[in-house]
Design a protein around this ligand. Structure first.
Ligand code: FAD
Length: 391
């Protein structure tokens, strides 16, 4: 089956936009960023409309692996090298706040979102990666981060014979992203107007902002564009490269294979076991980086074969039940773009998480919305759109 485990694409809950409507804030996109923006704007007392081209969480938000990890997409060491320790720690804190926010909301939603907080393990797939990891772990400990080095002898089987060692992050967690966002959309819908199958084709600047969709329009004071890998179809100068990822999952397994989410080979390989026992395996994009681009959610057979092979290695006989692909949005420096869009008065954005949006997209959407309402939201300098978007 090639539908993701977390959502049924095309299963619509909310109406299509027809006719004219207006709102203080119009949010374009119904994933983590868009629903985060809608939630924050609603909390601020604004009237809010969400326009989603397909259905809630049909994009990357319903097709990911569900890892909630702290820190920036490129990891601690690479981020410190790029922007320094203080700014890296600021991003670290932002992801921790995102995690706390998701946790408090999923408790409020009281729906089962498959949330588990068991930590996560980053594994070294080569001696070189292990050397780097040990050094980086020391630097993370010095910076006060809660991590723990695990040599191969203390790794769970069968990973002890496949990887050189790892770094355990006790605070990390996992969830079913589709269940969370469906629950969130239902919760928002009491005060927010949500439209599905309502793509925004153009945003026109005038006294107000006018969003044109297939069968209707929305007039808004502020717009938050939360379209991640699809952003350049609306805002042409935004450098977010659509990048494909492959995922596969098994049926529920009766034994524990992965006691916590794991990732290896600099994040190119990742897997976890859901609350109901399914092994979810994704990545191996580096087998064909050139082909894994664009916005088509196509299966890549050679990469899917690598996922199947891995499952056979760690859970012999488990077999694959579902396979799917999803589209991530990569920026040139792998930090997202959050805040006002240069040259577009009244338009704000939250996008470009470079494969790390479960970790931060909801809060980034929320902060973009707060900033759009003049509430002075704190957004890390490394996320400011003006660094990559010419006015
Ligand atoms: C295979 C895979 C595995 C991943 N694993 C993880 C992980 O384990 N942990 C992690 O932190 N991150 C992970 N990610 C990344 C994470 O899923 C994304 O960063 C995050 O979901 C981005 O959320 P978003 O709301 O910004 O974008 P999306 O979820 O892509 O939402 C954008 C929405 O905008 C809609 N849209 C686009 N154009 C328009 C338009 N013109 N009008 C109206 N609507 C429009 C789309 O239909 C879409 O629903 C993974 C991603 C993939 C693909």
């Amino acid at each position: 089956m090639s539908d993701p485990l977390w959502v049924v694409p095309g299963e619509r809950t909310f109406p299509r936009l027809q006719g004219q409507t207006e709102a203080d804030v119009a949010v374009v996109g119904g994933g983590f960023s868009g629903l985060g923006a809608a939630w924050a704007a609603m909390q601020s007392g604004a009237s809010v409309v969400v326009l989603e081209a397909r259905t809630i969480a049909a994009g990357a938000s319903g097709r990911n692996a569900g890892f909630i990890l702290s820190g920036p997409a490129m990891g601690f060491g690479a981020s410190v090298a790029a922007i320094g320790l203080e700014e890296t720690l600021e991003i670290w804190r932002l992801t921790e706040e995102n995690h706390s926010l998701l946790l408090s909301l999923l408790e409020e939603l009281s729906t089962d979102c498959g949330y588990l907080r068991r930590g996560s393990l980053s594994l070294a797939a080569s001696d070189t990666e292990w050397d780097v990891m040990q050094e980086e772990c020391g630097r993370m400990l010095n910076a006060g981060l809660n991590v723990c080095l695990m040599p191969s002898s203390s790794l769970p089987r069968p990973f002890d014979s496949l990887y050189q060692g790892g770094v355990y992050h006790p605070g990390n967690a996992e969830l079913d992203p589709g269940a969370f966002l469906r629950g969130m959309a239902r919760h928002l819908a009491t005060r927010v107007t949500i439209f599905e199958e309502s793509p925004v084709e153009v945003i026109e600047n005038g006294e107000q902002l006018l969003l044109l969709s297939l069968e209707g329009t929305v007039t808004a004071r502020r717009v938050v564009v939360a379209t991640n890998a699809y952003t350049d179809t609306l805002l042409r100068a935004v450098p977010i490269a659509p990048t494909r990822g492959q995922v596969a999952s098994t049926r529920p397994l009766s034994r524990v294979i992965a006691p916590f989410p794991m990732y290896a080979d600099r994040g190119f390989q990742y897997w976890r076991q859901t609350a109901d026992g399914r092994l979810v395996v994704g990545g191996w994009r580096n087998l064909d980086l050139e082909a894994e681009v664009g916005r088509d959610e196509l299966l890549h057979e050679r990469i899917q074969a690598a996922l199947r092979h891995f499952v056979e290695q760690v859970a012999p006989g488990a077999g694959i039940e579902r396979r799917w692909a999803g589209i991530m949005g990569f920026t040139p420096d792998h930090y997202p773009l959050v805040g006002p869009v240069p040259g577009h008065a009244g338009i704000f954005m939250a996008a470009g998480y470079s494969g790390h949006g479960v970790a931060m997209a909801f809060i980034c959407g929320a902060r973009a919305a707060r900033e759009s309402l003049g509430e002075g939201a704190i957004i890390p300098g490394a996320f400011r759109p003006e660094r990559l978007i010419p006015v």
